[in-house]
Design a protein around this ligand. Structure first.
Ligand SMILES: Nc1nc2c(ncn2[C@@H]2O[C@H](COP(=O)(O)OP(=O)(O)OP(=O)(O)O)[C@@H](O)[C@H]2O)c(=O)[nH]1
Ligand SMILES: [Zn+2]
Length: 350
């Protein structure tokens, strides 16, 4: 599919394509009746969370209430929303047959404003952005200690995407049975990013579950890092396909293909908060063409007091003249950890 085509079944349309989330009023088909009143605003609509998207069909979970229990419904979007990106995590307004019964099809007529929005572009020069996941609070970046080799730049990119989306990043380093991740992790030591270490037979499942409780967390990672293995361990009935890493290239095949949200039981949360894991297996590239430097700076609130002192239009990169970050390092206002933070920021800005 071309990055530039938008058709009705496009599950991943550019964010800029739509202005409002609500269905527009249709003209009154009976012209002899005066249009004095607005059509009812779907006051009977129920709200559900999108947990899967597949070729123009949306699976949404409607929470239980006094009248009915929790149920999953299949829905299509209303014609008026055909240029609206609806993605996993969206809270959608559903009308029509919302019974969830076999063969039933509900209709999505609107969606709530999003609290966060994970986006990407095809590559860094592409400003056309794609909406990936809505309303997720966290991003768990899965990276292997070896096979495939960890790459700092790739993690930097995920971090930018997370900060830009307004999401808290978490880091899970897998395959620690194959290599020590310590020197790799030094690159991120100064960031306030929780780190989990994982190896077969030593899964940090309880720690991760605790971090997931009550939140929606998008799992991202290069193919072959063991993301599916981890998700299957966290969500026993997830059944995410586990691929095989090519011994020569260290690359995995993307064996699981569609994005889903999966509920994770969290221990000690009896009837209480569970978490949601969003698996995005098809995402190979993570273009950041849509991310502004402001989006990156958002992740570095600890440096803001210095950035505020910079000359107007300062780019804050290492070649920027009179950048206050350099002054603060030179006179000790920023200590060794602070200097590493500056280095991380500059790596992301460059
Ligand atoms: N040695 C070792 N192998 C692991 C570990 N975790 C996963 N693997 C293996 O790594 C391979 C790839 O695992 P997957 O879970 O399919 O990786 P993935 O990140 O989901 O990859 P895609 O499905 O291609 O996106 C499989 O052969 C796993 O058994 C680990 O901690 N240590
Ligand atoms: Zn500066």
């Amino acid at each position: 599919m071309s990055w530039f085509t938008v058709d009705d079944d496009d599950d991943d349309v550019p964010y800029g394509e739509y202005a409002d989330h609500e269905v527009r009023q249709r003209p009154n088909p009976k012209a002899n009746r005066p249009r004095t009143k607005r059509r009812p605003e779907h006051s009977d609509a129920v709200t559900g969370m999108v947990t899967a998207v597949d070729r123009g069909r949306y699976t949404a979970l409607i929470p239980g209430d006094a009248r009915s229990s929790e149920r999953t419904v299949l829905a299509a979007r209303a014609r008026e929303l055909r240029n609206t990106a609806i993605v996993i995590g969206d809270r959608v307004h559903l009308v029509g047959d919302v019974s969830g019964d076999e063969g039933s099809l509900a209709r999505i007529v609107g969606l709530d404003d999003r609290t966060t929005l994970l986006r990407r572009s095809a590559d860094d020069s592409d400003r056309l952005e794609r909406v990936m996941v809505a309303n997720a609070e966290q991003m768990l970046i899965v990276v292997a200690a070896a096979n495939p080799e960890p790459r700092v730049r790739l993690v930097d990119r995920y971090l930018v995407a997370a900060y830009d989306a307004g999401m808290q990043p978490l880091l899970c380093i897998t395959k620690t049975d194959l290599a020590s991740p310590d020197s790799f992790l030094e690159n991120f030591a100064a960031l306030e990013v929780p780190v989990f270490r994982s190896a077969p037979g030593a899964w940090p499942l309880e720690e991760i579950r605790e971090a997931l409780a009550g939140k929606t967390t998008v799992f991202v990672g290069h193919s072959g890092v063991g993301k599916s293995t981890l998700i299957n361990a966290l969500v026993p009935d997830a059944d995410r396909a586990v691929g095989h890493v090519n011994e020569v290239t260290g690359r995995g095949r993307h064996t699981s293909s569609s994005s889903v949200a999966l509920r994770v039981a969290t221990l000690g949360a009896e009837g209480g908060e569970s978490g949601w894991v969003v698996d995005t297996p098809g995402v190979r590239s993570f273009g950041l063409g849509h991310v502004t430097n402001d989006g990156i700076l958002r992740g570095f609130t600890d440096l803001v007091p210095y950035l505020d002192e910079c000359p107007r239009g300062c780019t804050h990169t290492s070649d920027a003249p009179d950048c206050e970050l350099d002054a603060a390092i030179a006179d000790g206002r920023l200590d060794a950890i602070g200097a590493q933070r500056v280095e991380s920021l500059r790596r992301l800005l460059s």
